[in-house]
Write a protein that binds this ligand. Sequence first.
Ligand SMILES: Cc1ncc(COP(=O)(O)O)c(C=O)c1O
Length: 327
Amino acid sequence: MISFPNKLCLAQTPTPLQSLNRLSDAIGGPRIWVKRDDLTGCTVSGNKVRKLEFVLAQAIEKGADTIITCGGVQSNHCRATAILGAQLGLKVHLILRGEEPEGQSSGNLFLDQLAGATISHYPVADYKKLPELFQQWELHYSALGDTPFSIPTGASNGTGAWGYIACAKELADDFQEHQISPSLISCATGSGGTQAGLTLGAELFNLSAPVLGIAVCDDEAYFQQKVREDMQAWKDEYQQQLDITQLNIHVNAEHIGPGYAKATPEVFDTIKSLAKMEGLILDPVYSGKAFHGLVQEIKAGHYSNAQDIVFIHTGGLFGLLAQRDQL
Ligand SMILES: Cc1ncc(COP(=O)(O)O)c(C=O)c1O
């Protein structure tokens, strides 16, 4: 029996597991199933709300009234935190990487502003001093008499890992319901926490399928280390007995393309064709880039013996809207 820590009920779960039959037939490979974590909410949709259920519960238990977190200008995690903060009556301060865009804000940034988050933009060179920026804002709010609580990039830490351990538990039920035993569980990997939670959860709930993180930035060595760090933090903080040294971390960093938040025309083509063929909307920064990568791997014959493959749709719709000029 796995004993989960306290969480807030903020996500619409369980999410459905749906098969993409038309796409699977068109590619001619294994049946592709999508875990619809883009449906965890409307404006708080995507993977971050699963992690934030646990991380924000911890913040409130510690008496926090102000949340400080960080990410790119179009961070889905920051948008989810900004909106959840407003729902919970917490102040939210976002440390964003990159200058404030000229003209009207769009996508996630627009929603951050609408939800009333305080936003500090930093040029990339300054953002590199992230620990100092967190410290500076923590001191600022403490001096005001507030109780700040800092959440790292993507809420990827030992506590956030619980979010995707919980998702793995759902997947165990999904597999039973659909009578499948998938050969692979894949997801976009950006800050590593989703993959860390899924890797732990797959072991804890006997999913007997490897978890593959398809990197959208950074190289394989980086994610091997980051995912293991998050798993280790989970083990240490929650005194878990699981021997994580025997867990393999699978990373594919072959589909990053031009870089973080930059997608090739082929990724946009995949987004367009999937929207038409299956009514499934992906984004160019995370889910679309990773899904496109997965389809390339299937087409290359890497899963020719597999019957079923699962892709976790981690959301990102508002990031797509911010890049609509590319479509
Ligand atoms: C839509 C979306 N999908 C996937 C990811 C990757 O998840 P993680 O940061 O846990 O690796 C992120 C965030 O980084 C995201 O916003």
